[in-house]
Every structure is written in C-alpha cells, then in structure tokens.
Design a protein around this ligand. Structure first.
Ligand SMILES: Cc1cc2nc3c(=O)[nH]c(=O)nc-3n(C[C@H](O)[C@H](O)[C@H](O)COP(=O)(O)O)c2cc1C
Length: 189
C-alpha cells in the first residue's frame, strides 16, 4: 500500500484537489491521508458541488487541521509523498519558514526533514517577490513546485480536460502514472 498525503488549502482551485482525490480513490494500492484547511472548505463550497461528507469519503482518512497528534504529524509514520493542492501563499510561507502551526504545515515540515517527496501546487496571480522567494527556497530544498498551468498543445476541449491533465501530471510526480493520461508523442514541425 502506498500512503499519500493530500492537503487542500484555501487558494482557488479546489477542483484540482477533488479530481486528484477521485483518481486516487480508484487505485486499490493507495491510501489517501487527507487534511483540509478551514478556508479550503470554503473554497470547496464556492467552487464545487460537493459536500464536506462527499469530499471526506474520497479519502481513506481525513484529519482535522488542528489535529497535531495525527499520524502524519510524525516522521515515524512512513508515507510515500505529500501533495498540497491548491497551495495558498500563506501555507507556502509557513512551510518555507518552518512554521508548523497546523497539521498541513507540520506534515509538510516532516516531509522536508525526512527528505520525502513534497509537491506544491501554488495558486496566486500575480506573484510578489515574497511569494517567489518562498517558492524558490522550497524548490532549492527539493520540493516540486507544480503550479496549475494548462498546456494547450493537447487541445483541451473542456475545463475538465484542463483540470484532468494537471492532475495526471501530479500522479506522474507521485510515481503513480495514470493509464490513459494524454502524453505528447512528438510531432512538432
Ligand atoms: C474565495 C477565495 C479565494 C482565494 N484564493 C486564493 C488564492 O488563489 N491564492 C492564495 O494564496 N490565497 C487565496 N485566498 C486566501 C486564502 O484563503 C487565505 O490566505 C487563507 O488564510 C489561507 O489559509 P490556508 O493556507 O490555511 O488554507 C482566497 C480566499 C478566498 C476566500
């Protein structure tokens, strides 16, 4: 069983998190340890048609943001990777400065100290120098910075196409490539 932590924070783009969770739910070899921040719940309400219960049901375990005694708060609990999708600039700043006030920040801090895979999907525009410095600091520590930037060479037809191609890339980064993912096969003139 692979144990993947999926954290959702209060940036716009909760649809990416929901799509990723739906894809992971179809993988019998994956346990999803989820955490959703207070403002992420608000964005899920604004941006999707899912209830809290429906989002929780997409996870194997859903921890409370304040639960610093949760399994994923300790490095002794072995996990195979963590993705924060979407990642707010507040959460990015907290991780870049080791400020582990919530379970999301603490779990990310654990990934850094244990040198495990951490993937951030930061969402903000425009980006200030503070945002860029925090992201650069984390990239230098080996964190994968994967902003949701659509590729148009695959000719997406719907918003779902755009979202799904981004979450397929996240699955690649987690070492769980999706069957049927759209991949460039060459052919540029
Ligand atoms: C509708 C809405 C959209 C937001 N979008 C963003 C965003 O795209 N990026 C961002 O960094 N913060 C965004 N915020 C602000 C964050 O929610 C806020 O900074 C919050 O404190 C983040 O906390 P968290 O990281 O613990 O979820 C948004 C807030 C709201 C209410």
């Amino acid at each position: 069983m692979k144990k993947i932590i999926v954290a959702i924070t209060g940036a716009s783009g909760s649809v990416y998190a929901v799509d990723l969770l739906q894809k992971l739910q179809g993988r019998p070899d994956v346990e999803v340890h989820g955490v959703v921040s207070r403002w992420a719940w608000e964005n899920i309400r604004l941006e999707t048609s899912l209830t809290k219960t429906e989002v929780r049901e997409l996870m194997t375990v859903c921890y409370e943001e304040e639960d610093l005694g949760a399994a994923i708060a300790s490095g002794s609990f072995l996990t195979d990777g963590m993705v924060i999708v979407p990642a707010s600039m507040k959460t990015v700043a907290g991780i870049a400065h080791g400020f582990s006030e919530s379970l999301i920040g603490r779990a990310a801090d654990v990934m850094l100290k244990e040198q495990r895979r951490l993937i951030l999907v930061p969402r903000e525009t425009p980006l200030s120098a503070i945002h860029l410095e925090n992201l650069t600091k984390l990239a230098r520590l080996g964190v994968v910075i994967a902003p949701p930037m659509p590729a148009f060479y695959t000719q997406p037809q719907t918003i779902h196409d755009l979202v799904s191609r981004q979450t397929d890339r996240l699955l690649d980064l987690l070492g769980l490539p999706a069957e049927g993912a759209v991949r460039w096969q060459g052919g540029a003139q």
